[in-house]
Structure formats: C-alpha cells, structure tokens
Write a protein that binds this ligand. Structure first.
Ligand code: F0G
Length: 449
C-alpha cells in the first residue's frame, strides 16, 4: 500500500531527520480567527486572539483501511496510536515516544446492554483502561510528549485530576524529560498519585481545585519555557482521535448510531468530533455517529451550556464522586461545542448515585472501570429512558479508566453504610475462623449468592 503511504509519509520523511523541516510542514490553525502556525511553534492558545488551536490534517484524498499500520518507524511499531499515522501530524521518527499505547478491547456484554435499555448486541464498550498507564490519556500523551521532544522541550507540565499526571509522568520518564504536575490537594485517587510519584514527576499539590491548577499552570507556561501537555495542547488531541479510529476499525468501519462518553475538561469530546469529520472526509465512514457527552450533575457546565442552546456558558464550582471529571470550567468548551454541533450530538447529566450504580454493574460483569468512566453507561441509560436514544439504535460507550485507578471508590461503595445499612449489591468480605465448618458455610453462601 505504498500509494497512500507515499502521499502521507513521503519516503524522505522517514529517512531525513530534518526535524525543523518536518515540524514546519505541520499546519496548526486557530479555530477562532483562522491564524496559521506550524508544528515548530509551541502554543497552546492563539497568540493573536487567545482561541484554541487545531492541527490541520490534509483530508483531500481517499484513505483506505489498508493504509493504516504500515511503514512505522521502530520507535512506534506496536503503537495503537501511530498505526493511524495517515491521519496524524507527522513528527520526526526519532522523536516518537511510545509505550504500545492503544490496542484496547471493544467489549460486548448484554447484561450491560439490558441495563442501558438497548436491544441485544446493540452496545459495545471501548475500554481505554487497558492502556499502559490504565487510562485513555496515553493516546494523547504519546503525541504530546513526542512533539515536546521534537521541539526540544526541557520540561513538560500539566494540571490534572490524576490520570493526565500519571500518563505524563510515564511518557516524560520514557522520553527522559523532567515533568512537573499540579494536582488538587484533595480528591485525587491514591492509585493515580502513586503512579505519578513512582514514574518520577515532580508533584505539586495545590490548595485549590483542578480549574485553579490549570489556570495557574497556564500562567506559569506563558511566563517560562515550559511545555504544557493539557488537552488545550492540539497535539494531545490528535492522539485521542485514535480511540475513534481504532473503535471503527474494530467495527469494520461501520459507525454506530451513538458514541457515549464522559465529559470533564472536554478534550475527548473535542478530538472525537475532529476524528469523525476527518474519517468522513477521507471516505472511511459514510455517516457520522452522534456524540452523547455525559457530565456528573455537580460538574456540568457544558450540559447547562447545551441546554441553553449554546447561548449561556457559566463555569461552576465542581463537586462529584467521580473525581476525574470534577471540573467546573472545561478548557476545551468551544471545541467541544463544535463537536456536538457537527455530529448533532447531545449532552446530559447523571447523579453520583447513578454513576456508582452503573459502575457496580460494569464491575460485576467482570469488566470494571473507575467512577468517571461509568458516567457513560449511566448517561446512556438515562438517554434511552428519555427517548433521546432509541432501543433499536446502536451505541459504543467509552470506558476511560481502569477499575484499579480508584480503589477508594470501590471500598467506599462496598464497605460504607448509607443511612445505617449496606448498599444493595455491597459485597463485603467475611471473616471466618480458620476451620473447615466455617468455610463450608461460606461456600454455601457463595453458591447461593
Ligand atoms: N474519564 C477519566 C478517567 C478522566 O481521567 C478524565 C479526565 C475524563 C474522563 C474526562 O475526559 O477531560 O477529555 O473530558 N481527566 C483529566 C485528568 C482531567 O487530569 O486526568 P475529558
């Protein structure tokens, strides 16, 4: 399939290690004022108007399924992100920082389909918890950190509710670049913090929430030569597009009716819209699925914005058990709005109880996920009940993070009483004497549920 590859990865591009030339060939454009930049510029907002930036992918030609996964440099041979190089910015091969990210499963389990209210076989779950650091962030990070390396960044940084920091810490360690992360001093799941520390990032806990941390970090990166890797970085979003590419490839390039995902800082929402438009432009899909973004009730400024017909945007002070999406002023709001408008999408909310209930169902199916991920299934169920999604329609729900990311949420669900009694479905370990009769009773209980 050298035809398309030649069009996209000119032979010389793999051989010529002229970084500056390759970076200069990448087009970046402000979504607000249209000002153009190149991949050699290190901006996370437009210096002219402050708008968000997009990497421009050439889509004026046909791309075939067989064009993916060919002629990859050794540095990224097994990557489930870089296999989609024809629809990604072309970075110098010796800058690529990869850890076999992507390649995640697309599960079916009709217990979950029934829970959502769809017909058998009509729901699939794309489990991004099966990435190297156990969340979808690794897909964006391989592109963001590779770009940082290509432009010669001396330090990379992010603000995070926990997963971005874990991922950045790992990829920065892989690249040999120091990393600085800002996290809220409360409500970051211990597993995520543990990863970030272990991978060697400098962790700064601030007396404030995620929104404050991101604001502060943007001030810091504007004043100092620090490479910002939050999803305002257009390169990060390029990597996250591959969730859509891989999911559609797994479905034989047949689009579902709906793609349902949790919304926090709205990076995925932004990149999914872009991915779908590009796939349609190069002829790989013939219709656009609708995006349904689900926010936690206590952290839902985008849902309120959508409900106002995108007339009135009001940031909130966020509160939710799903700490990953505890965000009150999503940085990618204008890009996410574009995705919803382009795909005739929808935005709704779910309560913390709905999130925990859906998570318990996902966990009990032997799939498991962290609380924020379960917002997608809880939200789909709500949309089916409200008649927005119809039972005969097909959906793919995104699971964004692994069950072990937030074990505190698991133990709280199963061990803590609610108003003096255990929750229904709580599964508490039993302590028994180290004797056979006691075990026999436990065996009988296990058998009868
Ligand atoms: N699910 C999980 C597990 C997340 O970690 C995040 C975001 C989201 C969903 C929301 O995705 O921001 O693209 O809308 N976590 C970021 C972090 C904010 O710092 O780890 P989004």
């Amino acid at each position: 399939m050298t035809r398309a590859v030649t069009a996209i990865l000119p032979e010389s591009s793999l051989a010529v290690a002229n970084r500056d030339e390759m970076l200069a060939r990448i087009a970046v454009r402000c979504m607000e004022c249209g000002e153009r930049f190149t991949g050699a510029d290190v901006f996370t907002s437009c210096p002219a108007c402050g708008g968000l930036l997009d990497v421009v992918i050439p889509t004026k030609r046909t791309i075939l399924p067989a064009d993916f996964g060919v002629e990859l440099p050794d540095s990224a041979r097994h990557s489930g992100v870089w296999r989609y190089a024809p629809l990604l910015p072309i970075l110098p091969p010796d800058s690529l920082v990869s850890r076999w990210e992507g390649n995640t499963p697309l599960y079916r389990d009709d217990r979950l389909t029934h829970f959502a209210g769809l017909r058998d076989g009509h729901l699939e779950l794309k489990h991004e918890g099966h990435n190297p650091t156990a969340s979808f962030k690794d897909r964006g990070m391989t592109v963001g950190v590779s770009h940082a390396k290509a432009v010669g960044a001396r330090i990379v940084a992010c603000a995070s509710t926990g997963n971005t920091s874990a991922s950045l810490a790992a990829y920065a360690a892989a690249a040999g670049i120091p990393a600085l992360v800002l996290v809220p001093d409360t409500h970051v799941a211990v597993g995520k913090l543990a990863q970030t520390i272990a991978y060697g990032a400098k962790v700064v806990q601030i007396d404030g929430d995620f929104d404050r941390a991101l604001l502060l970090l943007r001030e810091l990166t504007a004043a100092y030569d620090v490479y910002l890797v939050n999803s305002v970085n257009p390169f990060r979003l390029e990597g996250q597009k591959t969730i859509i590419f891989e999911m559609l490839e797994q479905r034989g390039w047949q689009a579902p009716d709906w793609i349902v995902l949790p919304g926090g800082n709205l990076g995925n929402t932004s990149s999914f819209g872009k991915a779908l438009i590009e796939l349609q432009a190069v002829g790989l899909i013939d219709r656009l699925p609708r995006l349904a973004v689900i926010q936690a009730e206590g952290a839902a400024p985008f849902a309120a914005y959508h409900a106002s017909g995108f007339e009135e945007y009001v940031p909130v002070h966020a509160a939710t058990v799903a700490t990953a999406i505890k965000i009150g002023n999503p940085a990618s709001t204008p890009r996410a709005r574009r995705s919803i408008e382009l795909t005739n999408g929808w935005v709704t909310t779910v309560s913390d109880e709905d999130i925990l209930g859906a998570k318990a169902v996902i966990d009990r199916a032997g799939i498991g996920c962290e609380p924020a991920s379960a917002a997608s299934l809880a939200g789909l169920r709500r949309l089916v009940r409200e008649g927005v999604v119809l039972p005969h329609e097909t959906a793919v729900a995104l699971l964004t993070g692994h069950i072990l990311k937030d074990t505190e949420a698991v133990t709280a669900f199963h061990f803590d009483d609610v108003q003096g009694t255990a929750r229904s479905g709580a599964n508490r370990p039993v302590r028994v004497a180290a004797e056979l009769p006691a075990l026999e009773r436990a065996l009988a209980d296990a058998l009868h549920g």
